[in-house]
Design a protein around this ligand. Structure first.
Ligand SMILES: C=C1C[C@]23C[C@@]1(O)CC[C@H]2[C@@]12CC[C@H](O)[C@@](C)(C(=O)O1)[C@H]2[C@@H]3C(=O)O
Ligand SMILES: O=C(O)CCC(=O)C(=O)O
Ligand SMILES: [Fe+2]
Length: 337
């Protein structure tokens, strides 16, 4: 069991803003993709929290329920069967160990690329009788969620008044885009039942971190556990909603916007009453892509806050870091005084 040491705070707190002035947290930002004000709301949410919830997303419910039931089938298999898809390198099946640098949590997972060809080669022998059903559910889900992620990135570009509209989405649309897909299962944590409620609240499922990519699209079943950090030491519990998606700004988008958008620090706490299944699409650029502030977001003499790097360099550095590390720290420019 892994405990966190920081105090747990209630859902009322002060949020960081782009000019570092705290303001009272007033709830998870909600964006209705069918409404004309969505682009302004997206920009505001990315500046204040790097996180928001999407409703009226256009992803067919059938795609979601099919993949969720395939995921449940996979995680219900005997450990020895699941382990045939492991150990993760980083792709594959993993259990409690996250990455290769000693991070642990109460999660088991399947980490895949979004390139379905290579997934079917590597893992699908594990899906025994019916790999086709898993593959087809995965393909349908990934295509629909990628399309939504691109729509959101285009609304961001419009909201930021930068051209062309596909300046961000083209990175995910590129054939060489280095995007991941992850199925996480947090089994019910029976140890929690004997604990006081204060300790029970702090058993870790997936430790705190930011996502290194551009954008992450998260969907879970109706089990709580996800929390976001407001950057002042407080954590906000995100009420689960199986019919919606949650969007994380990743480190690369923070750099592309020269810090105007903030990548969100988040974590998952274990649950003593119900197991959690989540599916996350991590939209990343091609490995050779230079990650630097877009010229069109820079005002006048504004200088880049970051040293130049490619996605390959960032990913390599991320892989050798611990989950909770501030990975962008290595790439920040020291301001000349
Ligand atoms: C401890 C680690 C796991 C991780 C690679 C890393 O060294 C640091 C970043 C981690 C993370 C977080 C977001 C995604 O879940 C993930 C796939 C990613 O791209 O970066 C994981 C990595 C992983 O599980 O391999
Ligand atoms: O499982 C979740 O809800 C979030 C997990 C997560 O943040 C990740 O896999 O990067
Ligand atoms: Fe994450």
């Amino acid at each position: 069991m892994v405990f966190v040491t920081k105090p747990h705070s209630e859902n009322f707190s002060y949020a960081r803003t782009s000019n570092n002035v705290s303001k009272l947290f007033s709830g998870i930002p909600l964006v209705d993709l069918t409404k004309p004000d969505s682009k302004q709301l997206i920009v505001k949410a990315c500046e204040e929290y790097g996180f928001f919830k999407i409703i009226n997303h256009g992803v067919p419910m059938d795609f979601i329920t099919r993949l969720e039931s395939e995921a449940i089938k996979f995680f219900s298999m005997p450990l020895s069967e699941k382990e045939k898809a492991g150990p993760p390198n980083p792709l594959g099946y993993g259990n409690k160990h996250i990455g290769k640098n000693g991070d642990v949590g109460g999660v088991e997972y399947l980490l895949l690329t979004t390139n379905t060809e290579s997934n079917s080669q590597r893992f699908l022998s594990v899906f025994g009788n019916n790999p086709e059903e898993f593959c087809s559910a995965l393909n349908d889900y990934i295509s629909a969620v990628k399309k939504m992620a691109c729509e959101i990135l285009e609304l961001m570009a419009e909201g930021l008044k930068i051209q062309p509209r596909n300046v961000l989405s083209k990175l995910l649309m590129d054939e060489q885009s280095d995007s991941y897909f992850r199925l996480n299962h947090y089994p019910l944590c029976p140890e929690l039942q004997g604990l006081s409620s204060a300790s029970a609240r702090n058993v870790i499922g997936f430790g705190e971190h930011t996502d290194p990519q551009i954008i992450s699209v998260l969907r879970s079943n109706n089990t709580s556990g996800l929390q976001i950090s407001l950057g002042d030491g407080s954590w906000i519990s995100v009420p689960p909603d199986q019919n919606s998606f949650f969007i994380n700004v990743g480190d690369s988008l923070q750099v592309l916007t020269n810090g105007r958008f903030q990548s969100v620090r988040h974590r998952v706490l274990a649950n003593g009453l119900k197991s959690r299944v989540s599916m996350i699409y991590f939209g990343g650029p091609p490995l050779s892509e230079k990650i630097a502030p877009l010229q069109s977001v820079m005002n006048g003499e504004e200088e880049s806050l970051y040293e130049e790097f490619t996605w390959f360099e960032y990913k390599k550095s991320a892989c050798s870091s611990r989950l909770a590390d501030n990975r962008l720290g290595h790439f920040e420019r020291i301001a000349a005084s």
